[in-house]
Ligand binder design. Structure first.
Ligand code: SAM
Length: 428
């Protein structure tokens, strides 16, 4: 029998630096990095379910679970009712509150978005009338972002796959930009052995340079009076305070976070930091700044359609933003110009797109077909369902506990599975 391999040690140079940074407290931090990881989820307020757990004090929809369930076998996860996310990164909610943008219809960009933790959180925090664009430059990471965003089910969520430079080329358009930057990952060393293996002082320096470059571009895309939220899951001051200091050299104004010390969050010179020995979560840094200038109120636009054709697929878009979305689809590599809704099939019939199953909206092209948990798992494994009469060529949306799970198509005596192959579960 294979023996579990010895844990990768925390690199000595990092241990030394943490001792310099934190003094005697460093021992408690290093010990916490060898403890089990807490299990936490963030609920989707648009898809209420009761999963128990205890509240995460800095995030209204965050919950700690007493133990790790087999998430893969929970149909509610596949229906986008919650997102599995470590708790400290939910501090985004506090930064968003500090921005003063809550309750306003704004244009928001999550520039480094995959796999979608911050994006699904923003999707829940923004008003329904706000535009949310989630971007991921790394092609390998884009499918997971699309899957998570679509399952979360915010109507009109735009997903792009381009460089920060292309966003800078759009000019100062966004009222809110979140840069959850690629970083040296010190705060992930409990969860992820690879974070321990890859760390080096050179990696820290390389990440800091990349972060500055991303922030330079993000700054160009930020509207006057707009807010930029910056976060990492690391503790090096080059990547944390250093990045905010870089923004100040570009003219950024500081915005204070509320005092979160009661939750164990430590205030740093320019932001706030989470350490696993002080709170139940992983390592995280977050801060925010404002661009000088007056925010211009967005003009409401009347008589604009809520559908837009992009690459042969009809997308549902927010009417107030349809024109801007159409314009920037021409500049930025767009993966979804809104919620992909339907296409025309080879027989001329309407083919619902996978994302349409999760929006909670009544569908014109597929009635609901409720299933129990065993049938839901059969469906999620990609199998056909035998559920009575299945008129040939007709479409149904499979629902579990009232939440959409995906589509099937009638073939007379069975419903053929239309769930994208990559989303199917392989676990028995
Ligand atoms: N925000 C995500 C979430 O909450 O699920 C996590 C983002 S992860 C910390 C950073 C992301 O930045 C990665 O997906 C990575 O592919 C992307 N990235 C890497 N280099 C980049 C660059 N030069 N410009 C923009 N994004 C980059």
């Amino acid at each position: 029998m294979a023996r579990p391999s010895a844990p990768v040690p925390i690199p000595a140079a990092l241990q030394d630096r943490l001792r310099t940074q934190l003094g005697t407290e460093a021992e408690a931090l290093l010990a916490a990095l060898d403890m089990p990881t807490p299990v936490s989820i963030r609920l989707n307020p648009a898809k209420p379910v009761d999963l128990g757990g205890t509240a995460i004090p800095w995030c209204a929809t965050g919950r700690y679970l007493a133990e790790r369930p087999v998430f893969t076998l929970d149909p509610l996860l596949h229906a986008g009712c919650y997102y599995v996310q470590e708790a400290a990164s939910m501090l985004l909610e506090q930064a968003f509150a500090a921005s003063g943008l809550a309750g306003q219809d704004i244009a928001a960009l999550d520039l480094c978005a995959a796999p979608g933790g911050k994006s699904t959180h923003l999707a829940a925090l923004l008003t329904p009338g706000s535009l949310l664009v989630s971007n991921e430059v790394e092609r390998k990471r884009q499918p997971a972002l699309l899957e998570n965003v679509w399952k979360w089910g915010r109507m009109g969520h735009v997903v792009t796959g381009d460089t920060p430079e292309r966003f800078a080329a759009l000019g100062p358009f966004f009222d809110l930009i979140v840069v959850d930057a690629p970083c040296s990952g010190e705060g992930m060393m409990r969860k992820d052995p690879f974070a321990r293996e890859q760390w080096s002082p050179k990696l820290v320096a390389r990440c800091a340079a990349t972060q500055h470059a991303i922030l330079d571009q993000a700054w160009c895309a930020l509207a006057p009076g707009g807010t930029l939220i910056y976060s990492t899951c690391t503790w090096s001051s080059e990547e944390d305070d250093g990045a905010l200091e870089h923004l100040y050299t570009l003219g950024a104004l500081p915005v204070a976070l509320p005092d979160l010390s009661a939750f164990g969050v430590v205030r740093k010179t320019h932001g706030a930091v989470a350490y696993p020995h002080r709170l139940k979560g992983e390592g995280f840094f977050i801060g925010l700044v404002r661009k000088p200038g007056e925010r211009r109120p967005r003009e409401p636009r009347a008589n604009v359609p809520d559908r837009l054709a992009h690459q042969g697929i009809v997308h549902r878009v927010q009417p107030a933003w349809a024109q801007q979305v159409a314009q920037f689809c021409a500049t930025v590599r767009t993966l979804a110009a809104g919620t992909p809704w339907s296409a025309v099939g080879p027989d001329g019939g309407e083919v619902p797109q996978p994302a349409a199953a999760y929006t909670g909206t009544t569908l014109e092209h597929a009635a609901d077909l409720p299933v129990d948990r065993a049938q839901a798992l059969t469906f999620l494994r990609g199998e056909a369902l035998r559920l009575g009469d299945a008129p040939a060529g007709s479409w149904r949306r499979i629902t579990y506990a009232g939440h959409g799970l995906g589509f099937v198509r009638g073939a007379g005596n069975r419903w053929n599975n239309q769930l994208p192959a990559a989303w199917r579960i392989r676990m028995r």
